[in-house]
Design a protein around this ligand. Structure first.
Ligand SMILES: [Zn+2]
Ligand SMILES: [Zn+2]
Length: 415
């Protein structure tokens, strides 16, 4: 028998944490934070034998170093790209917490310890523990992202991580040929709606970019550093216009390029990145604004980053376009802008004269793809996590004959 405890990410997006306990060994999957409020999961029962990390986003990794500060000396298992990128994100988060006057629950030495003790995993290559075998497979979400299959005590437990089945310009679709799954723990970010076809979104973005630049304006693309910046480079690079890249996306792209297996077409990404002009200071930012161009920069939700340098200079001119393109968490500057039409940041509270558009380039699977996957996998039991509509989706799945549950944080189940 295996006890599964949901420590975080139940009926919410953020601060993931799931503990598997087979009474001989304990495996913690993810240990994240809620990035806006820095809420953390319930503390796992210690000791844990290993921490399995699906991908580097802070809602999955952001609280891991705190375990080392508490004296844990165990190993994190993740893909090489996940280690490199999470190292970068954790260091950046530490910096941001200090700027905001927060008291971080870990220091730089704890991040270093996570790295030094880290064990690399490769897609499709099982890792053996005393009482379990764990296999990581491509999840198609961001470079290096994985789903985690744990086989223990005659049970096959699959955690999807954040997952995307549809192929994009950057990523292959997720691996999906799983057999005999007893328990499926799946992310449910978009369990309530489908995304428009990817190609129509890509075409739409290119259309907006060319109209803007042909009209003498700048196309400003606020992008998440990991995944989205690289995809946007691929979308923009063949258009024949100057492309600038600014902010943490530069380092994230370098990290992805160091691991060719983490993306669909390493050569194409390298070419697109090589062609883009990298911006590192305000003088270069001013230079980028001399003639119409495409500017790809962080932060994707406008909650900080160099994007504000550009917004302040482009906001009053209707020939410019800002294309938002990712999930906007409640309370961020980006969400407020999309909901109220006002740009509220530092001492500014204005209605932009530049065009502000939203194009839904999600890195998560939509509802139909998720349903297809659940039907194809046909698990004995389904747990829905990492979503704000998991209860409704559980009811829907029950109506289809599945044994489905939307656990709350703190719930435990024996399987
Ligand atoms: Zn993610
Ligand atoms: Zn996530």
């Amino acid at each position: 028998m295996v006890d599964i405890s949901f420590l975080g990410g139940g009926r919410e997006v953020g601060r993931m944490g799931i503990l598997l306990d087979n009474s001989s060994q304990r495996f913690l999957m993810e240990y994240g934070v809620n990035v806006e409020r820095m809420d953390v999961p319930i503390h796992p029962k210690m000791p844990i034998d290993a921490l399995l990390l699906s991908h580097p986003h802070l809602d999955h990794s952001g609280h891991i170093p705190s375990l080392y500060r508490e004296g844990w000396k165990g190993r994190v298992y993740a893909t090489p790209a996940t280690f490199d990128i999470s190292n970068m994100l954790l260091k950046d988060s530490l910096k941001v917490q200090k700027i905001k006057g927060m008291q971080p629950s870990y220091g730089p030495n704890n991040i270093a310890m996570m790295d030094n003790l880290g064990m690399n995993t490769r897609f499709g290559k099982p890792k053996s523990f005393k009482t379990a075998t764990v296999t990581f497979n491509d999840a198609g979400h961001v470079p290096g992202s994985a789903s985690i299959l744990t086989e223990t005590d005659d049970k096959r437990i699959l955690f999807t991580g954040d997952i995307k089945f549809e192929e994009t310009m950057l990523m292959n679709g997720a691996y999906r040929d799983y057999r005999d799954i007893d328990v499926l723990i799946t992310e449910s970010t978009y369990s309530y709606k489908d995304h428009p076809p990817r190609q129509s979104i890509v075409d739409g973005i290119r259309d907006m970019i060319s109209k803007t630049i042909e009209g003498g304006g700048f196309a400003l693309l606020p992008c998440f550093a990991v995944g989205r910046t690289q995809e946007m480079l691929l979308i923009a690079s063949e258009m024949g216009y100057p492309v600038y890249i600014d902010g943490m996306g530069i380092r994230a792209t370098k990290a992805a390029l160091m691991h060719p297996e983490s993306v669909k077409d390493h050569g194409k990404l390298q070419e697109a990145f090589g062609r883009a002009k990298k911006i590192r200071n305000n003088k270069q930012r001013k230079d980028a604004l001399r003639k119409p161009s495409i500017i790809i920069t962080t932060a994707g939700m406008l909650n900080g980053g160099p994007v504000h340098f550009y917004i302040k200079r482009l906001i009053n001119k209707p020939e410019n376009t800002m294309i938002m393109n990712g999930f906007q968490v409640d309370g961020t500057v980006g969400r407020t802008l999309l909901e109220t039409g006002r740009y509220i940041y530092e001492d500014m509270d204005v209605k932009p004269r530049m065009a502000v558009e939203f194009m839904d380039l999600s890195a998560h699977c939509g509802k139909s793809n998720l349903l297809d996957f659940i039907e194809k996998t046909n698990p004995g039991k389904v747990f829905l996590v990492h979503g704000e509509h998991t209860e409704e989706f559980a009811k829907e799945l029950e109506g289809m004959g599945f044994d489905a549950t939307a656990p709350q944080n703190g719930d435990s189940f024996t399987v």
